[in-house]
Design a protein around this ligand. Structure first.
Ligand code: BG6
Length: 489
């Protein structure tokens, strides 16, 4: 993995520069890199979008959005340097000929170009055609692709084929922003820098694993887009499977992209397929209805702005996933993710096996098993639940469950938690693909997800309703209760 020291001059060309992602995430991330002195003084940021704007307008828009979305506040000098890097190019992405205008805007020379496709994936192919026609692609250039890559395995292959006509795999950076999150990265350290976990990370020691990614937000004005995807395509196929693969993979030989991606791929490929025969026992899909969040009424999915009257799209998914290999045979991974849940709360809980025999029966009838909780967001941290003696002189030993809690905000008080996009942007500039998803991984993830989606379609069962502001349909509780386990709330 790079140590963030390479700062070769580059041109960062953002297609869809006025879109939501660019305004909320990409430009603020680049500002933070500026603030940390991590951009080469000669690097430029070229915003490309369909709208007619001059540079002055663009600068104003960027300034306004940085003010809104840079959480640390803006520094006058840093802002000035940053705004001076900006260039704007209006472009119709579908008109190959108009890319000649972009060619005039971009510098001739040796700078590495980073093309960031922050647009709908259906136009990635058009953008590639345009760049090629205008002779704007060299072997040094990199392309960054946002998810979702496709709607299923077949459509993902079409998009990947369109891009790989002009870019080699080592030039393609497929973003899954969860891989840039501090706590997700920390999984590598936790697993492979602590012998305690290296040696106890398998079916002999672990009973089961729970991965929860809950959001309190609903659809946030993007009903049309979301309704086409649903929680399975929007979250499970990518973010949750990436977390699962980091948890389940075999130790990579080193931190190189090849090593990490090869191991993650094996883990995804070892997922037991879920199809029409076992889909009912292993999955739950839900859709939120009207409800309350923090005491305030919120509309159900079908009453959101822009909603179609009827839609069977799921906003919640719970899955019992199993990995068919030597390390994990018989260890379920329970995945759960949904919109309009009580809070934004993402965590992994690794449940270790119970003690085979209890010598503390007199004070504790059933010893709880140890649990390792990795809090992804918010309040990032790692927590180990264990049994402890309550101090005291009583002859009977009193014990209780306690936790060792490593809260990142307390331990690294003066350290800002870096946003995933900052890290990932820098990795692209530095040419390190470790934190990006390979084509094989995308395809393996789609193969597994497609099996579930097809089985749902075949069953024609509507998603189960859950009131907004709750932890999902009741059947998601039964999914895990059937195995004599329960979700950690
Ligand atoms: C995106 C999904 O990839 O991730 C959104 O499209 C979701 O639906 C978002 O809200 C969650 O990201 P984060 O970083 O806020 O957990």
């Amino acid at each position: 993995m790079s140590n963030f020291d390479s700062q070769s001059p580059s041109e960062i060309v953002i297609f869809g520069a006025l879109g939501d992602l660019s305004r909320r995430k990409l430009l603020p991330a680049l500002y933070q890199l500026e603030s940390a002195g991590l951009l080469n003084p000669e690097s430029r940021i070229v915003g490309v979008a369909r709208q007619e704007h001059n540079l002055k307008d663009f600068i104003e828009i960027v300034k306004e959005n940085l003010t809104k979305f840079v959480k640390t506040g803006l520094d006058k000098d840093v802002l000035e340097t940053f705004l001076n890097r900006l260039v704007y190019q209006q472009l119709d992405f579908k008109q190959t000929a108009s890319f000649k205008n972009l060619a005039k805007t971009l510098k001739d020379g040796n700078d590495t170009r980073v093309y960031y496709f922050s647009t709908a994936p259906v136009i990635f192919g058009d953008i590639c055609d345009g760049l090629h026609a205008a002779k704007l692609i060299t072997d040094k250039d990199r392309v960054v692709m946002e998810k979702p890559i496709g709607h299923c395995l077949e459509s993902s292959k079409v998009i990947n084929d369109q891009v790989s006509r002009f870019f080699k795999e080592n030039q393609i950076y497929r973003i899954d922003h969860y891989l840039g999150k501090e706590t997700v990265l920390n999984l590598l350290v936790l697993r492979f820098a602590n012998s305690l976990f290296t040696t106890n990370w398998d079916r002999n020691s672990i009973d089961h694993v729970q991965i929860t990614v809950a959001e309190s937000v609903g659809i946030e004005g993007r009903w049309g887009f979301y309704d086409d995807a649903g929680q399975m395509r929007d979250m499970i196929q990518n973010h949750l499977l990436q977390i699962l693969s980091l948890l389940a993979m075999e130790p990579p030989a080193d931190l190189s992209a090849d090593s990490i991606r090869a191991e993650k791929l094996k883990a995804i490929k070892a997922l037991v397929p879920i199809d029409r025969l076992n889909v009912k026992d292993n999955t739950v899909r839900g859709q939120y209805a009207d409800g309350f969040l923090k005491g305030k009424p919120v509309p159900g999915y079908l009453n959101e702005e822009g909603a179609k009257e009827n839609s069977d799209t799921e906003t919640f998914v719970a899955i019992k996933a199993e990995i068919d290999n030597w390390r994990w045979a018989g260890v379920p991974f329970y995945l759960r993710t949904g919109k309009r849940m009580p809070a934004k709360h993402s965590e992994i809980v690794v449940h270790f096996k119970e003690q085979p025999h209890n010598i503390f029966k007199d004070s504790y009838a059933e010893l709880p098993s140890n649990k390792l909780t990795i809090r992804l967001q918010p309040d990032e941290g790692v927590e180990l639940q264990m049994m402890n003696k309550i101090p005291g002189i009583a002859s009977q030993m009193h014990i209780q469950e306690n936790k060792l809690d490593l809260s990142f905000s307390d331990t690294y008080e003066n350290q800002r938690v870096v946003d995933a996009y900052e890290r990932l942007m820098l990795e692209v500039i530095n040419g390190n693909q470790s934190l990006f998803v390979s084509r094989d991984e995308v395809e393996a993830a789609w193969t597994w997800a497609d099996g579930i989606i097809e089985a749902w379609e075949e069953s024609k069962e509507a998603p189960k309703s859950y009131p907004a502001g709750t932890w999902g349909p009741v059947s998601s509780i039964s999914l895990i209760a059937r195995d004599d386990r329960q979700w950690v709330e």
